[in-house]
Write a protein that binds this ligand. Structure first.
Ligand code: SF4
Ligand code: SF4
Length: 469
């Protein structure tokens, strides 16, 4: 065993795969057991959240809508604008650290249980299982010459695959176009070019990725599989075959004492290989193709039960535990990721809840430094841009602070609709004798009349002539 603190990830497939080698079709056998039940639950929760998402409403509007033409993103009661992009960046950093944390802790949990590629592929495989039968029936069907029965089975499978792909694409577009509008436009063949393009694009992408490419996406296209080896350490929980317990492998009769025959617990039934969605043999050690779905654990546990052996020949374990060494849960790297993750999450929540859904820009007229008005006052011109980022209309009052005697000429209240940007020209003026400097800091206060918690303070400058002393 290596002394390095990383598990070396090597391609230990029985045959070296040529880059241009023809793909061998994988006929996955159905597995049942604790982890597969857990996967079914997470898959249904994930699919349910995805398909229901665009249909949820909040205060009479679509609860989750990314309105790209309007550049507004509605999530429940909040409206986000491009100015809130920092929150999205923050969220992506949190997601990256969560992925690092869980990968160091328990390997490819994301891949095995919640990755969309896994979720949709599993659903597509289930359709295949229902329409074409179990593994042996599918192998037989593919080997048979074309017949009416084969055409019907294959067509039924592809029909449901395309239907699910269409439904997936429609839901995806429904996050960007109001979904009821999209449904009506689809029903009356009144769709614009862009929704049609994206519907076709995502239908084809789903059908190809989940129906045809399947494990190829994980093995060849996903970068995560390639860098997992850098993140694992000897204490990372991964799906492992216990070589010490299982080898030497060999067939035996159920009632014979296999230890007397010099055999380990592995009966070499290859069930763990048949249930593997990526077609690998976990007994060859950790491989980058392993998506951590734990189907081999369930399959092997069922074999162990039948043989009357202890479960767990294939199990979640760590390299140290398999080697008989103590495993550590708290490692510096894991603790480091946990701390960063907590700090990032707390920071994100703090920013999200302290965020005032009111954006104000004060733009000073740059064409003229100052002017003298009819009263003989020094006057500066400003443009106020007020964005009401809430989902309710509001009226705002504007006030100013600066040198004593500074007067703001502005409407008593400025009304905005929900999500509206209003532009208000305004002037501030002061008697020349009250001006102490040619360049003075001033502050605008904008406050919603019906909700004083909606207020912002913006700094600007007031320019005038050099005061006479
Ligand atoms: S399922 Fe278990 S017993 Fe059967 S080959 Fe795999 S590891 Fe061995
Ligand atoms: S080796 Fe086991 S855990 Fe890994 S992908 Fe195959 S069945 Fe899933």
């Amino acid at each position: 065993m290596s002394n390095s603190n990383k598990i070396p990830v090597t391609d230990t497939s029985p045959n070296t795969i040529d880059l241009y080698q023809k793909r061998e079709k994988i006929y996955q056998r159905n597995a049942t057991g604790f982890f597969q039940t857990l996967r079914v639950i997470t898959i249904w929760v994930t699919l349910g959240a995805y398909f229901l998402g665009p249909w949820l409403t909040w205060n009479g509007r679509q609860a989750i809508l990314f309105d790209l033409p309007e550049r507004k993103f509605y999530i429940l009661g909040m409206t986000f604008w491009p100015q809130d992009f920092i929150l999205l960046s923050w969220l992506l950093i949190i997601a990256a650290f969560a992925l690092f944390f869980f990968t160091v802790l328990a390997g490819r949990l994301w891949c095995g249980y919640t990755c969309p590629q896994t979720v949709w592929t599993t659903f597509f495989m289930w359709i295949e299982h229902v329409t074409e039968g179990d593994r042996h029936q599918r192998i037989r069907l593919d080997a048979q010459p074309w017949s009416l029965k084969k055409v019907i089975k294959k067509s039924t499978k592809h029909f449901f695959w395309i239907l699910l792909s269409l439904f997936t694409a429609f839901t995806f577009v429904g996050y960007f176009v109001p979904v009821v509008e999209l449904l009506l436009d689809t029903a009356y063949f009144n769709l614009d070019a862009w929704p049609i393009f994206w519907l076709i694009f995502f239908t084809v992408a789903t059908y190809m990725n989940a129906g045809w490419l399947r494990e190829q996406v994980c093995i060849y296209m996903c970068p995560y599989a390639r860098f997992q080896g850098v993140m694992f350490d000897p204490d990372t929980l991964v799906v492992t075959y216990d070589t010490k317990r299982g080898d030497p492998r060999g067939k035996r009769k159920k009632k014979t004492d296999h230890q007397e025959q010099g055999l380990g617990d592995c009966i070499d039934c290859k069930l763990c290989v048949q249930v593997c969605p990526t077609g690998i043999d976990i007994r060859n050690g950790l491989q980058y193709e392993c998506i951590g779905c734990a189907a081999c654990i369930d399959a092997c546990d069922s074999v162990m039960d039948q043989m009357g052996y202890d479960r767990g020949l294939v199990r979640y374990s760590t390299e140290n535990a398999i080697d008989g060494k103590p495993s550590r849960l708290l490692r510096p790297r894991l603790v480091g990721y946990a701390i960063v993750l907590c700090v990032m999450v707390i920071g994100f929540i703090a920013i999200l809840f302290s965020r005032v859904p009111l954006e104000v820009d004060i733009i000073r007229d740059r064409n003229q430094l100052y002017r003298t008005n009819v009263e003989g006052h020094i006057e500066n011109v400003y443009t106020l841009k007020i964005i009401n980022k809430t989902q309710q209309p509001h009226s705002y009052k504007v006030s100013i602070s600066g040198p004593e005697g500074l007067i703001l000429d502005t409407p008593e209240s400025i009304s905005t609709l929900a999500g509206e940007l209003v532009v208000v020209p305004t002037t501030a003026h002061i008697h020349p004798s009250a001006l102490n400097a040619p360049n003075t800091n001033i502050y605008f206060y904008i406050e919603a009349i019906d909700d004083p918690s909606l207020h912002v303070k913006e700094e600007s400058r007031f320019l005038g002539p050099m005061p006479k002393r």
